[in-house]
Design a protein around this ligand. Sequence first.
Ligand code: PMP
Length: 412
Amino acid sequence: MTSTDTPRITDAELRAQFPLLHQKLGRYDLVYLDNAATTQKPQSVIDAIAHYYTRDNANIHRGVHQIATRATEAFEASREKVQRFLNAAHKEEIVFTSGTTDAINLVAQTWGRADLMPGDEIVVSEMEHHSNIVPWQMLAQEKGAVIKVIPVTATGEWNIEALDALIGSRTKLIAVNHVSNALGTINPLHEVVSRAREVGACVLLDGAQAVSHFPVDVQALDCDFYCFSAHKLYGPTGIGVLYGRRQLLETMPPWRGGGEMIDRVSFSGTTYNKPPYKFEAGTPHIEGVIGLGAAVDFVQSLGWDAIHQRENELLHAATERLLRIDGLKIYGTSSRKVGVISFLAEGIHPYDLGTLLDNQGIAVRTGHHCTQPLWERFGIPGTVRASFAPYNTIQEVDTFVSALEKSIDMLR
Ligand code: PMP
């Protein structure tokens, strides 16, 4: 996507595209380091949404008037952008959902309810977000299925040696994240996908924390389902994507009933639309889909090389400086990480640190990050998490580390 002759965008040029970043919290310039929770939105995404409402607002798909046609074209153009973004083979494989959580629930409630039998096994990992645990627990309870868990090592990686004992003839689904939101670990997916293929299990990948950091190719990954949320990819909230292999989407029953998902409705029996529309009942989040398309354009204009280079610089600079702080421990020390650092300062509650940092204009996340089983494994209630995006700067890393040192001194 990026050519090496593309000139690297400067910090100032990139930051100028994000209006929210230019504000003060009290007397401090905002330092936004909560990008794993949600990224900020470039002006191009905000403009695309504003343009839709000021020029193209109409309900999509069945209108014959020109405004409806423009809205439908913009909506479906985004589907094609997402198809290319994930390198999906067909645009019909891209289902719009309200986010990653919704996409996982869709698979659980359609594929899962139809295909799972008592005693079947679902494999997840100990570092999953609650949204890739609870829908499977609810399904397992209903269907009499069993959940198996890939353990996590002290460095915050999957214990691959455990896979042989966990994956077998009863495994029907392996549902794991591509990147951990709590640790930043990039997981070795080929290890689980190849074992899934050996036993004929389906693979669902939670890509919520992956898609903004590196290119994702669902065909090369050889997964059956891939999910992500637009709001972690510089796009709007309330919109996300379920990629599903076409043959699977075709045989899966619908979930929510209503307009758009039908072929013909009659009191003697209703027939359903084809994928993806079979899974998109009701008026969709039209401006969200259009905003997502603009977000994909933004990422492509920046280029993966620039994104990777910037995030790596930030991650390494911050890690190196944090490790110099006495009594500070980083959770998640894999050599394959995105720009996420989870840490604790000995004897200090994460909320206290988070509050003092906020008082100095620095936005980080504190708490369990929706991964309680992971922290149970480490014997802690949660962490402070700083997470980076390409619009962050080394100067912000320095400001953050100085403020952290000052806060730790105050609390000790
Ligand atoms: N999975 C992972 C790894 C996440 O980081 C998140 C969001 N924190 C989710 C799933 C859920 O995403 P959403 O709330 O947008 O549905």
